[in-house]
Design a protein. Structure first.
Length: 512
């Protein structure tokens, strides 16, 4: 079922190419990503909105290079969209016709509301957050959608963007109060229904600002998607970036290639936060390109959503590591063992209801992925794969917990320093030790006992494992698993040798 789709997004500042491979019903992954800071809209706002020759040339050469990449990856379909720079330009359609004739790439110019909808579709499908107001600050416009219960309720597009502000105000060294007044006037057009205390930030500007906050606050996980922060703690930081000189941006952990428009973006974002009274920002690396792909991915489904029991990251990993997963038969039985063990020990562990159960089961689904490279130190490989690939629909807390469960070795040990590195994202150490014990015991039992029935009971500080087959080979391993607290483990299995007494076990020895 493998199919490759290329998405090209032509923005005012950057042109991006992503290529996704669709591997089964709900599984896809990114196999290529390229970006060029084309600035196709450069000079347009001072020239009646017309695209200028230099920007047109850079865009053509970039698309020509993308075409070569697309051929190299044997892409089945190309979807290309353009946003505010082309829709605002009187010569935008002429550029579209020129590209179609010379490069055979069909560009679809989308309006601001459609742009906002695509971004929201990408975010709500691939983030754990189900409600909020999405904000995508582009070069020419800022596109907004209100999301409720994982549905796009409404969209809006504001004619304020980083390149637009740069050319109209920052390049002319206009007082910042004039720029703020321009932004405030644009925000007055935003209907009152576009209000929420949570903002889902997407696009290059917001990602750059989130990355700067991660660096400045020594946050332990180097991952942007689903990173969230309080505006109360970091609004002053955004203000400082907006007011900084270009030479001072380095101390804010801003990459050099972002110097040209990040101050304008920070100012727009800070003013939006105040205007909408936002208290929390959730960062999304998924946006317009992912939304376009998912609309293509779900062609016959009006909801454009993954089913609630499907996590696209898990589905993608299991699909890509299929040769290894096939070795392990009856995965459902492993999940059943893990669920039964969790329910037996959760009260003793002090867990409320199903707290951490989904993370335990997801770790069990992925328990064999480290074997893809080699069975030696497979737990370390699994940890690395999970930290890199568990992106969609997980919080950072869930990503780190699942990854660290995969890192535990056969004795249920893990580097204390690793736990300490991610401590602020993990359950307390006692709770983690209970979860890792449940994880490791389940894996060991399943590997030795693929098809039989196992149940558990816990009474008088004793965990009893009931099995309808022999557990002889893993008794020693079970005994060596580090327990979270002091309790006994008893095994009630079927361990007998038929007609054992028929084997002669003694004889006389005549010494010389």
């Amino acid at each position: 079922m493998q199919q490759r789709t290329a998405i090209i997004d032509i923005g005012s500042n950057s042109v991006r190419l992503v290529i996704y491979e669709h591997t089964n019903r709900y599984a896809f992954y990114l196999i290529c990503e390229k970006k060029s800071q084309v600035r196709i809209g450069e000079g347009a706002y001072n020239n009646g909105g017309y695209l200028q020759p230099l920007g047109i040339k850079r865009a053509y050469l970039t698309l020509q290079s993308f075409q070569s990449t697309i051929k190299k990856y044997h892409v089945d379909e190309i979807l290309c969209v353009a946003t505010s720079a082309l829709r605002d330009a009187p010569n935008g359609q002429a550029f579209v016709d020129f590209i179609a004739e010379n490069l055979n790439i069909n560009i679809h110019i989308i309006d601001g509301k459609t742009e906002a909808k695509y971004g929201a579709i990408g975010a709500i499908n691939l983030l754990p957050t189900t409600e909020g107001i999405t904000i995508d600050i582009g070069g020419g416009s800022t596109d907004i959608a209100i999301v409720r219960h994982s549905e796009v309720f409404d969209t809006f597009s504001l004619n304020i963007g980083t390149v637009r502000l740069k050319e109209l105000f920052y390049d002319k060294k206009a007082p910042i109060e004039e720029t703020k007044a321009y932004i405030a006037e644009a925000l007055e057009a935003l209907p009152e229904r576009f209000r929420h205390d949570v903002a889902i930030g997407m696009g290059g500007t917001v990602r750059t600002l989130s990355k700067a906050i991660i660096k400045s606050s020594n946050y332990p996980l180097d991952k942007l998607h689903a990173f969230n922060y309080s505006t109360q703690l970091h609004l002053a930081y955004l203000d400082a970036i907006a007011h900084a000189s270009v030479k001072d941006l380095k101390k804010f952990f801003i990459k050099k290639h972002r110097y040209d428009t990040i101050r304008e973006g920070a100012l727009i974002f800070a003013e939006l936060i105040r205007h909408l009274n936002i208290s929390k920002i959730v960062t999304s690396t998924a946006g317009i390109r992912e939304g376009i792909y998912l609309q293509h991915f779900f062609p016959s489904e009006t909801t454009l959503k993954f089913p609630p029991d499907i996590n696209p990251s898990i589905a993608s990993l299991l699909s890509r590591f299929k040769p290894v997963i096939k070795i392990e038969k009856n995965q459902e039985n492993k999940l059943l063992i893990g669920m039964q063990l969790y329910r037996t020990l959760s009260i003793e562990a002090g867990f409320e209801r199903q707290r951490y159960l989904s993370e335990l089961l997801d770790a069990l689904k992925l328990s064999i992925i480290g074997n893809t490279l080699t069975i030696f130190k497979a737990n370390r490989h699994a940890f690395y794969i999970a930290t890199q690939e568990l992106n969609y629909r997980f919080t950072h807390e869930q990503m780190v917990l699942i990854s660290l469960l995969l890192r535990t070795d056969d004795a249920n040990s893990f580097p204390k320093s690793l736990y300490d590195d991610f401590k602020i994202l993990l359950p307390d150490e006692r709770s983690f030790c209970w979860l890792s014990y449940m994880f490791k015991l389940t894996v060991i039992l399943h590997e030795a006992f693929n098809c039989g029935k196992i149940s558990f009971s816990f009474q008088n500080k004793t965990l009893t494992i009931h099995a309808d087959q022999s557990l002889y080979l893993v008794k020693g391993m079970i005994k060596n698993i580090k327990k979270p607290t002091s309790f006994a483990v008893m095994i009630d299995d079927v361990s007998s040798i038929p007609n054992f007494d028929m084997i002669e076990t003694s004889h006389s020895i005549n010494l010389p």
